[in-house]
Design a protein. Structure first.
Length: 143
């Protein structure tokens, strides 16, 4: 049913990602799909904000995210699942959607927390991915 499954994870809160990881592993095994596990390092947005950080801060953040992602996958994903590691950089939902299109993902799996009032006004990343994705999206409650 699926060939490429994209699992978007927040490495700063691995506990909340467990159910989404389980769901994506189950779908990958049932379909024989490749699993693409992605994390996104947000950018500064405004260049003025970036001036407060060391010049190589973003490069270091990307390198650290890559290390953490590989450690996460080594610990959580069985060896019999085909995995690709992706570290995006930018606006979280935009990076997820961009990579999903590039990789021809059939399914995006993400975790979501219970919405707070601010989420109804601004919209969380999961809601934006669901709204704009051209493929199926599975949102798994992390709490």
């Amino acid at each position: 049913m699926f060939n490429n499954i994209l699992l978007a994870v927040d490495l700063s809160d691995p506990k909340s990602q467990e159910k989404a990881l389980e769901a994506s592993l189950l779908q990958a095994k049932l379909s024989g799909a490749s699993l693409h596990i992605m994390t996104v390092v947000p950018d500064f947005g405004m260049s003025m904000v970036g001036s407060f950080f060391p010049k190589d801060y973003e490069a270091q953040a990307l390198e650290e995210a890559n290390k953490q992602l590989h450690a996460y996958v080594s610990e959580k994903v069985p060896d019999d699942v085909s995995v690709r590691h992706i570290v995006g950089h930018g606006t979280i939902y935009e990076e997820i959607l961009k990579y999903a299109g590039e990789s021809e993902a059939d399914l995006i799996v993400m975790s979501s927390h219970r919405p707070e009032l601010k989420d109804y006004l601004l919209g969380p990343n999961a809601a934006r991915v669901v709204r704009h994705a051209k493929m199926s999206v599975m949102v798994v409650r992390g709490d």
